[in-house]
Design a protein around this ligand. Structure first.
Ligand SMILES: Cc1cc2nc3c(=O)[nH]c(=O)nc-3n(C[C@H](O)[C@H](O)[C@H](O)COP(=O)(O)O)c2cc1C
Length: 242
């Protein structure tokens, strides 16, 4: 099984999202999968120009000459696409949205009815497969992922892929501010690792494992206090350094 994970956090490997991606991919690799992680903010991927050149003039090929061409090649040959992005204004980050828009060359232009709904067929050289979502957010509640989850599940249907699960980590800032060897933080990362192996071994991620990734780490009021204190400290530190 070939898994490609795209991380859309501008903080790349230093971010909260990257911690989950790393453990998830370690679990998948140890279970025998071929994995690749790509920080898309290291790449040059422009926004879609909307001209439909990839459907009309050069079928299956985008008119822009940037890093999306090589990324599309990798996506075409991968069984699992992992989209990893922090929540930015209730959705994916800008770089990740560029990637999603630029998936258009993978589809045929013609409309067809599937279960009574308009869809585009996949081009014949694109593998069918699965999608996994990995995300972290700053607010405490799990419902902050709802818009992104709905978006990614809709993309799954349009891209003829199966949704294999979402690793969602609310109050993600605890990764930065809580002690490194905190028992709960360790269990969350262990669950992300298990999610990777479950995907490879069972073809899906269990609800039990996903719930462990999303588990409550700290009471809401305590989290707000901790974060606000940290902001106070950081703001003072930078003001004094001036
Ligand atoms: C521009 C911006 C917008 C954000 N919007 C939200 C938001 O709408 N809801 C939320 O819960 N967190 C929001 N956050 C917080 C991030 O989702 C959170 O810090 C996340 O863990 C960052 O992941 P990373 O370290 O992998 O970049 C936002 C952060 C930034 C920088």
């Amino acid at each position: 099984m070939k898994i490609i994970a795209l991380n859309g956090s501008p903080l790349r490997s230093l971010g909260n999202t990257a911690q989950l991606v790393k453990e998830f991919l370690n679990g998948a690799r140890e279970a025998g999968s071929d994995v690749e992680e790509i920080n898309i903010t290291n790449l040059k991927i422009n926004p879609c120009l909307g001209k439909l050149v990839c459907w009309i003039n050069t079928p299956g090929k985008c008119c822009q000459n940037d890093d999306m061409a090589s990324l599309l090649k990798k996506l075409k040959g991968s069984d699992v696409w992992v989209f990893a992005s922090p929540v930015y204004w209730d959705g994916v980050t800008g770089p990740m949205k560029n990637v999603l828009d630029r998936l258009l060359p993978l589809l045929e232009p013609y409309l067809e009815l599937i279960d009574g709904h308009c869809r585009h067929a996949l081009r014949p050289d694109v593998k069918a497969g699965k999608i996994v979502l990995i995300s972290t957010c700053g607010f405490w509640e799990l419902d902050n992922f709802e818009p992104m989850l709905t978006h990614l599940k809709a993309i799954c249907v349009n891209a003829h892929r199966e949704f294999a699960g979402a690793l969602l980590r609310p109050h993600g800032a605890h990764f930065k501010y809580m002690v490194k060897n905190d028992k709960t933080a360790k269990d969350i990362l262990a669950a992300a690792h298990t999610a990777g192996s479950e995907l490879v071994n069972d073809g899906m991620i269990s609800q039990d494992t996903l719930s462990r990734v999303s588990q409550e780490v700290i009471a809401k009021e305590e989290y707000i206090e901790m974060l606000n204190l940290n902001f106070d400290k950081l703001i003072l530190k930078y003001r004094d350094a001036k």
